[in-house]
Write a protein that binds this ligand. Structure first.
Ligand SMILES: *Cc1c(COP(=O)(O)O)cnc(C)c1O
Length: 308
């Protein structure tokens, strides 16, 4: 049943944001509610498996099934949305999951890891030094010996199949609103790179890195396009001033913005990804970076797990 829902789902909605700032600037502001793309199974719903994590896992889950894998393994920090999404997807689609977590175990588990474990994920901790070597380590005997070797996803989940899933996000946006500007939060940049493959040439893509060091990301994204033979390169730019100190760091201004946004629009944002990108888009709008009469769409990539 859930495989059917994974393959054939309605596009997540695009909503209009009525805001004094966009009104004053003459900009039509839209939001692609990919946070509303999630599965409900019986009584339970799985918002952890939503947004761009759904997009990135979709074809990986299908491929793992096609190849006969019964376990999925991936890597992440203790607050990783990717780990939470993988755990939820494993539970929904009948895979045993293994999360290789950076750092030492802490009891009690934080909400992300408690959720992952409740979904049946086996947690495996790796000190920071070894974690850097994870890609060269042999994981084929990890997990349940009776279930065979695990299907391995990279940290953050970005691979060719993830890009194919994100291209569908791009295509939906093109069909729903074909905006002049599209704002996307970037961790690994996989969501931006994949979405670009489904958008029209009209759309200028604005990426907002949530980590420090956006220049690496430019190369990473260009490499993803090259490796996947994507030649129709879009117009795009990275805005590197909105990381608020780095991954999972924030300040009072950001929290106030998130609260005001929720009050004004009734839409929750998280302080790690979507809060930063919305803050960035509003800041650029206030500076007059988007011409009067243009359409600006923000992608709500989800990531609300662990946020009270
Ligand atoms: C993981 C995540 C991202 C970053 O996606 P990348 O493909 O790694 O750039 C953006 N937004 C949310 C909500 C996420 O959970």
């Amino acid at each position: 049943m859930s495989w059917e829902l994974l393959l054939h789902h309605a596009p997540s909605p695009v909503e209009v944001l009525h805001d004094p700032i966009s009104d004053a600037r003459g900009v039509q502001l839209l939001i692609k509610r990919d946070d509303l793309l999630f599965l409900s199974a019986g009584e339970a719903s799985y918002p952890a498996f939503s947004g761009n994590k759904w997009r990135k896992l979709k074809y990986n889950l299908l491929e793992a099934r096609r190849l006969g894998f019964r376990q999925l393994l991936s890597f992440g920090g203790a607050y990783s949305n990717h780990i939470a999404a993988l755990a939820a997807a494993g539970k929904l689609f009948g895979f045993h999951t293994i999360g290789v977590i950076r750092g030492e175990p802490h009891e009690p588990l934080n909400p992300t890891l408690a959720f992952a474990e409740a979904c049946g994920m086996q947690l495996h901790y790796l000190d920071r030094t070894s974690f850097r070597e994870k890609a060269t380590m042999d994981w084929s005997h990890t997990g349940h010996p009776a279930l065979g070797p695990p299907y391995i996803l990279p940290e953050g989940g970005t691979n060719a199949l993830a890009l194919a899933g994100c291209a569908e996000l791009g295509r939906e946006i093109q069909q729903q609103c074909d905006p002049d500007f599209l704002g996307i939060a970037c961790g690994t940049g996989g969501t931006l790179a994949g979405s670009a493959m489904g958008l029209s040439q009209k759309t200028r893509i604005c990426g907002f890195p949530v980590l420090k060091g956006g220049s690496f990301l430019k190369e990473d994204i260009e490499n993803l396009w090259r490796e996947n033979h994507f030649e129709n390169l879009p117009s795009w730019a990275l805005y590197t001033d909105y990381h608020f100190g780095g991954y999972a760091k924030w300040n009072k201004d950001l929290l106030q913005f998130i609260q005001a946004f929720r009050h004004q629009h009734g839409i929750p944002l998280d302080p790690v990804y979507t809060g930063k990108i919305c803050f960035g888009v509003f800041d650029l709008m206030q500076q007059g970076c988007f011409p009067r009469g243009s359409t600006v769409c923000i992608v709500h990539t989800g990531g609300l797990q662990g946020i009270p």
